[in-house]
Design a protein around this ligand. Structure first.
Ligand SMILES: [Mg+2]
Length: 263
C-alpha cells in the first residue's frame, strides 16, 4: 500500500462515480483536465456504480455536463449487473417483478426479460428488489409473497443508504431487508462488493485483470469488489473511507483524489 503513481502495466480503469468523480453533484477537481490526462496516458475506462436508478444514457448526460466524454457502453450500473446475473440462471422472456426504478426496468428489458408492475406481480418467476422512490406497502407484500413461494430473489446492491444533498436516505439494502426479514431469504447480489457487475465492466474493457485498476472511495464496496475479481485497487480519499480505515483492507494504492492518481 503506497502513494506511488499508477504502475506502468495499468491499461484500464474501472471508476466509481460518487465520491470519485463528484460529491453531492459537485465535481471533484478539474474533470476535463483529469480525463484529458487519462486519455494522454492511453488508459481505457469504464464507470461502475452501485446506483441502479439511472440508465447509462442518463449518466452520459450528467458526465457530459461536467465536461467528461463517455459513451453509454462505458457505463455499468448495478441494474445492468443484476440483469447480467439473472441471465446466467434464467432464459429470455422470464417474468420479473421489480421493486425499483427506470434504470432496472431498462436493464432487464435490454436483456430480453419482462419487467412486471405490481398489478401483475403474482405471475412473476423471479423478484428483484432495489431502491424505489415510489415504494409502497403493496410492492413489499407482493415481493415477500413471491420470495416465500420460492421465487429466486435478486438485488442490485446492499447499500443501506443512498446519498442526497439533504443526507442519507433509505437505499436498496434497507428495502430489501424488509423482504429478507419477512421471508427469511437473503438475495443474490449483483453490485459491489460482489463480482458480477465488475465482471461486466471487465468484459467491456477487454483488458487483463492484472492491468485494470479498480478506483473507488469506499473500502467495503469498491475496494472489496476489486479484490473479489482479482484486480489491483486504488482508494481515493475524496469520498467516504479514510486512510486509517484502509489499513485493514490493504488497497494496492491510496491517493487523495483522482487527479493525484493519474497526474
Ligand atoms: Mg463511491
Amino acid at each position: 500500500m503506497n502513494d506511488a503513481a499508477i504502475p506502468a502495466n495499468i491499461r484500464a480503469l474501472i471508476l466509481d462515480m460518487d465520491g470519485v468523480i463528484w460529491r453531492d453533484g459537485t465535481p471533484i477537481g478539474d474533470l476535463p483536465k483529469i480525463f484529458e490526462r487519462i486519455r494522454e496516458r492511453g488508459l481505457k475506462y469504464v464507470f461502475a456504480t452501485n446506483n441502479s436508478t439511472k440508465t447509462p444514457e442518463a449518466y452520459c448526460q450528467k458526465l457530459a455536463a461536467l465536461g467528461v466524454d463517455a459513451e453509454p457502453d462505458q457505463i455499468v450500473t448495478s441494474a445492468m449487473g443484476v440483469a447480467f446475473l439473472i441471465a446466467r440462471h434464467h432464459p429470455r422472456g422470464t417474468k420479473i417483478f421489480v421493486v425499483g426504478e427506470n434504470g432496472i426496468r431498462a436493464a432487464l428489458e435490454n436483456q430480453g426479460f419482462e419487467a412486471l408492475s405490481v398489478e401483475d406481480a403474482p405471475q412473476a418467476e423471479t423478484v428483484v428488489v432495489s431502491i424505489d422512490r415510489e415504494v409502497n406497502f403493496q410492492k413489499m407484500v407482493e415481493a415477500t409473497l413471491l420470495v416465500r413461494a420460492g421465487r429466486p430473489f435478486y438485488t442490485t446492491n446492499t447499500d443501506r443508504t443512498f446519498p442526497t444533498p439533504r443526507g442519507e436516505i433509505p437505499g436498496s439494502g434497507s428495502w430489501l431487508s424488509v423482504v429478507a426479514s419477512a421471508s427469511g431469504v437473503e438475495p443474490l447480489v449483483a453490485g459491489k462488493p460482489f463480482p458480477y457487475m465488475m465482471e461486466l465492466a471487465l468484459a467491456r474493457l477487454a483488458v487483463a485483470k492484472s492491468d485494470t485498476l479498480v478506483v473507488g472511495d469506499r473500502l467495503e464496496t469498491d475496494i472489496a469488489a476489486g479484490q473479489a475479481i482479482g484486480c489491483p485497487t486504488a482508494l481515493v480519499l475524496s469520498g467516504v473511507s479514510t486512510r486509517e480505515e484502509a489499513r485493514t483492507w490493504n488497497p494496492t494504492m491510496i491517493a487523495e483524489n483522482l487527479w493525484d492518481l493519474v497526474k
